[in-house]
Each structure stands twice: as C-alpha cells, then as structure tokens.
Design a binder for this molecule. Structure first.
Ligand SMILES: Cc1cc2nc3c(=O)[nH]c(=O)nc-3n(C[C@H](O)[C@H](O)[C@H](O)COP(=O)(O)OP(=O)(O)OC[C@H]3O[C@@H](n4cnc5c(N)ncnc54)[C@H](O)[C@@H]3O)c2cc1C
Length: 493
C-alpha cells in the first residue's frame, strides 16, 4: 500500500483490533505481519478464543451472543462477572502489583469493547465445554470466564482479517518490521524486511502490536532467568521481542514484570514451538482433579489452591523448577470422565495402569518408591467429610501434608489410573513497554513518543507473577482498540 496513514506491526488480535479502530477513524491502514500467511495471527491463532469480560447477568451475555436460545439460557447458570469481581481477580493474582490505570481500563472497557467487537462482526458463544460442569441437569459456569470467540483462536483471527480487509485494511505477510524510523519530532514509519529485501514504509502513526519475547531463547534466559531456555513455547515462533527492542532503541521506557511470564503445564513431548494443528491441545489443565509428582515422586504445589484459571499460569514456572523440568499428573477412574478434552488427544504422553504400583513403575524418570510413598500419604490425608464438587471451591482438602491440597482432594484409589507427563510451556512474557490511557508509548523521561502506540502482549504493567485466564485476548482488544482510535485520530486529524 502506498502512503498509509497508520502502520500496524503484527497481525494478532491486538493488531487487528487496532487496525479496525484506525480504519473506522478514517485512516488508511497497513498491517505488517512477520509470519507467512499460513502461520499468521500470532499467539491469538493458537488460543481457544476465551475472553474475560464483565457481565452483570444473562442480559449482558444475550447482547453479546444474540444466537443464544431460550433453551440454552434455561439450561445454564451463568452467574455474574462484575467489575468488582474482575478488579478483585486482577488484584489477587498479581499480588496487587497491577498498574491501577491500565487495570482500570482493562476492567471497565472489557464489556464495551466486547460489544464493539460484536458490532464489528465477531461472533461469540458460551464456553460450554471447559468452564462449566453439568450439575443437576444445568451447566454452572465458574471462574469468571464465560465467553469465547466462535471457531476459537483460528475463527477469531480469520474473522478479524476479513472484517479488516472489508474496511480497506491491507495485510502484508512475511513482512518483518526491524526498526522504527524516528527523529526528534517522533516516529514516521518502520524499516521492513520482506523477501530478503529491506525497505522503508512511512506513515503518520505506528502501532506496535507484535507480541512479547517468549520465543526468543536468549531474552528468556536473560530476563526470566536461568532454565527458561529449556521451556517449550506454546505458540508462535515469531514473537521474539522485536517490537519492544525497536521502541527501547528510540528511548521508550521498559515497564512491568520483566522477569515474569505466563507459563503452564504442557505436554513433555510437545514440539519446541506451537503446532497449529494441535493448537492449545498440549496444555494439561485438569491438575486440580489429581496430583502432580516430580522426578523424586514428590508433590510440589497445592493442585487445588484455586480454580485452574487462577493457578495454571504460574504452575508452569513451578514445573520448570523441578529436577529435569517435568512432572506427571496422576488421576484415578473417579475423575477421568471430568478431564478436559486436551487429555484425549492422540499426542498426549500418557500411561495407564490397573494398580498404583504398576502406575508408579510406568512413570518415566520418576522414583517409583518415592511416588508410592507420596500417593499413600496423600490418600490417607484426604478429609472426606466435605463432598467433592468441582464447580465450587469445595474445601475438601488434606491435613498434615507439607504440601497441602486445599480443594477437590480425592483419594487416588480407584482403577484404572492414568498419568500424563508435562513440562513447562511458556505462553507470553509480562514485561514490555509503558503506555498511557491513549495507548501512547511513554519514553524513559515520562513523555509520550509522538506517533507511537502499543497494544497487546508487548505492553508491560498489567500482569505480575500470575494472570487470570482469558485476560490476554481481552487486554489486546481493549488496548488495540484504544491504540487504533488514537493513531487513527492523529493520522486523519
Ligand atoms: C496455546 C495458547 C492458548 C491461549 N489461550 C488463550 C485464551 O483462550 N484466552 C486468552 O485471553 N489468551 C490466551 N492465550 C494468550 C493470548 O494468545 C495472548 O495474550 C494474545 O493472543 C496476545 O495477542 P497479541 O495480539 O498481543 O499477540 P499475538 O497474537 O502473538 O500477535 C503478535 C503478532 O506480531 C507478529 N510479529 C512479531 N514480530 C514481528 C515483527 N518484527 N514484524 C511484524 N510482525 C511481527 C507475529 O507474527 C504475530 O502476528 C493463549 C496463548 C497460547 C499460546
């Protein structure tokens, strides 16, 4: 495209929300995507498309999902997810470090931004399968995560691409931004490498939405710490911190939790980077229903500390810290039917046995005697007076163990037994750039850099130590929309 008004770097959810908003503000928008078309869409394409958003009741959900039938509404208890609940979750999981201004925007703009996406043409549906268990014939939703994009991440990205193209946005694939073109007046464009050639692309405003640095082994080790070179990457291989690096090079301020990241239990034999054919199927998120054992056969986290939405993003780090960087998740027949779909993929590293002794012997690289001792101690520590209920924090815990299990504890005693091997899969990094309420990138002296905006994973300050599931796409949409509006206004003003 000749003479674009706004260049958006990246082509994931944050980038496309920025492109749509800038186009709506009257700007000619060029999207530069480093990946070839078949691998485009960043981590957003790898997701299941879950969005954490505020709703005060079923009417808010009906506004977002007009396809919901009366029968579906009658069959479900959606509860609420109020601004207060979202604020509480962000505060609690980030240990009250989240930046109040960014967090305030994320929470208060979540509902209007979802409505905006829906009005743009994105379709949403309830997360029937993964965020609700059926109780007495009704689906009960839990954990504040109720809505996902139709078709998951691939559906979301493809829809955003076609909506953007319909507004005249051009998307170039295999086009990597390598540097910002900037002077004392601000940013005027980017240097682009495409097909082995480098060129300059000029514009009135640039939106950086090209992901974190999770796919950069060297930066992971440098900033997250020793051992992080050994983690597997859950998503795209193209998020190597280029946007952060380009902005820092012209004086942008680093911000947020640079030593922190989102990392989960991920199949031990998964490839080094994500595989779009499997998507998020390598994750193994049903550990609250069982126990996790390390190479010594010991437990090392409270698997039932909270709903998985509030623990999964930090337990990858705990697994990475174990000898050999792996663990086995162990379940018995009582809960096998409750395991998430990802446990049934053919690529799962699984063993099955009819006795605990046989299972312990089959856990590759685990001390069987240690495993048996742990399982016996665990089984006799379970307090069975509180009934097991996976929809609520049931308080059915253990007593007397050095590492307790606080909820959903069941003796592991009913054959057949199954175990799944996991390692650490890094999702995205928490540190990045500093932005203001208008998504303008802030420099190291606290001033906005004219013409430069940022959104998505490469913005720092929202997440520290941990993360409430579904907030990544929501944050990308909220700040992508703001960045696109600001850039579009500047460019067409
Ligand atoms: C397996 C998996 C499942 C997940 N599930 C969920 C979920 O259900 N809900 C949720 O909220 N979050 C989920 N996440 C997290 C979520 O993917 C991210 O928070 C979100 O997608 C980030 O969006 P983004 O637009 O910032 O980055 P991305 O979607 O990663 O987009 C970054 C883009 O920048 C491009 N790029 C990189 N460098 C350059 C460059 N130099 N020049 C041009 N382009 C460049 C990349 O190719 C990519 O297109 C999941 C992540 C993974 C990996």
């Amino acid at each position: 495209m000749d003479n674009p008004d706004v260049i958006v770097v990246g082509a994931g959810n944050a980038a496309l929300c920025a492109a749509l908003a800038a186009a709506d503000a009257g700007a000619k928008v060029l999207v530069l995507e480093r990946a070839p078309e078949a691998e485009s869409g960043g981590n957003s394409r790898f997701t299941a498309g879950a969005f954490r958003c505020v709703y005060d009741g079923v009417e808010d959900l009906r506004a977002l999902m007009p396809d919901l039938t009366d029968a579906e509404v009658a069959s479900a208890d959606f509860g609420t997810y109020t601004e207060g609940q979202f604020f509480d979750d962000m505060g609690r999981v980030t240990e009250y470090r989240t930046d109040p201004e960014l967090c305030g925007l994320l929470v208060t703009r979540s509902r209007p931004t979802m409505r905006w996406m829906q009005a743009q043409g994105v379709r949403f549906m309830p997360i029937w399968g993964r965020q609700a268990y059926r109780v007495d014939g009704r689906f009960k939703f839990w954990g504040g995560l109720t809505v996902e994009a139709w078709g998951g991440g691939p559906g979301l990205v493809d829809t955003l691409y076609s909506l953007a193209r319909a507004k005249g946005v051009e998307i170039e694939f295999g086009a990597a931004a390598t540097a910002l073109i900037a002077d004392d007046e601000g940013v005027h464009g980017v240097r682009v490498r495409q097909g082995g050639r480098t060129r300059e692309a000029l514009a009135k405003a640039v939106v950086l939405a090209c992901g974190g640095f999770e796919s950069n082994t060297e930066w992971r080790t440098r900033y997250l710490g020793p051992g992080w070179d050994l983690a597997k990457v859950r998503g795209t291989r193209f998020n190597t911190g280029a946007g952060i690096e380009m902005a820092l090079a012209i004086g942008a301020a680093p911000f947020g939790n640079w030593s922190g990241c989102h990392a989960v239990g991920w199949d031990r034999n998964a490839p080094e980077f994500g595989d779009l054919a499997v998507g998020d199927g390598f994750q193994k998120h049903s550990y609250p229903l069982g126990v996790m054992l390390n190479a010594r056969g010991e437990r090392f986290v409270d698997e039932g500390a909270d709903f998985r939405n509030y623990t999964y993003a930090k337990y990858g780090r705990a697994i990475l810290a174990q000898p050999g960087q792996f663990a086995w998740q162990v379940f018995d027949a009582k809960v096998l039917g409750l395991l998430r779909d990802e446990y049934r993929i053919k690529q799962a590293t699984r063993v099955r046995a009819d006795s605990l002794e046989e299972l312990a012997a089959k856990l590759e690289d685990v001390d069987p005697a240690g495993a048996m001792a742990t399982l016996r101690a665990f089984n006799s520590a379970v307090q069975t007076d509180a009934p097991f209920d996976p929809n609520v924090k049931d308080g059915r815990g253990t007593v007397g163990l050095a590492v307790p299990k606080s909820n959903w504890a069941n003796p592991i005693d009913t054959p057949p037994f199954e175990a799944f091997a996991v390692t650490c899969g890094v999702t995205f990094t928490f540190g990045g750039l500093k932005i203001d309420r208008a998504a303008r990138v802030i420099d190291a002296d606290g001033a906005a850099i004219p013409g430069l905006y940022a959104a998505g994973e490469l913005v720092g300050g929202l997440f520290y130590n941990n993360y409430p599931g579904g907030s990544g796409l929501m944050a990308g949409a909220v700040f992508g929309k703001i960045a696109g509006e600001s850039a579009g206004k500047l460019a067409s003003g």
